[in-house]
Unconditional design. Structure first.
Length: 135
């Protein structure tokens, strides 16, 4: 049996491998999203981002309840892809908001000099815009 120090080193090496695999998958997703955009424009990119968000949420729902630590690689995948493809953020947010009422809402700043009614309308429009991206 390996010594405790060797076992720790082995675990660190495995962790690095997991990070590399997630990074590798993130690069592949970004490449696929870029290809979608090149072939079909913004509508195709939006469809790809929505599909990614839906799958990420479904995967998380299925796996994280049984193995909470799986949230970390999924979060790393989402942030890695989101950093390279900013359009993904609104789709992730829309899917999370549609699935869970506990997601922190987006705060719509009150415009200077706006009436209460105008501010309510701005907040309503923001909610409508976010829900419109969900299938």
């Amino acid at each position: 049996s390996p010594s405790p120090c060797r076992h720790v080193a082995l675990l660190v090496g495995q962790t690095s491998r997991v990070r590399y695999v997630v990074w590798e998958k993130a690069e592949a997703v970004v490449g696929a999203l870029n290809a979608l955009q090149a072939r079909g424009g913004e509508a195709a990119l939006a469809a790809g981002c929505s599909a990614f968000a839906a799958k990420l949420l479904a995967q998380g729902s299925a796996v994280v309840e049984k193995a909470p630590a799986m949230a970390y690689p999924l979060a790393m995948l989402a942030t890695s892809v989101g950093a390279r493809c900013p359009a993904l953020t609104q789709h992730l947010r829309a899917h999370f908001c549609a699935a869970c009422c506990y997601v922190t809402p987006h705060y719509v700043r009150r415009p200077a000099g706006a009436t209460d009614e105008a501010w309510r309308e701005a907040r309503r429009d923001q909610r409508h815009d976010m829900s419109a991206t969900c299938p």
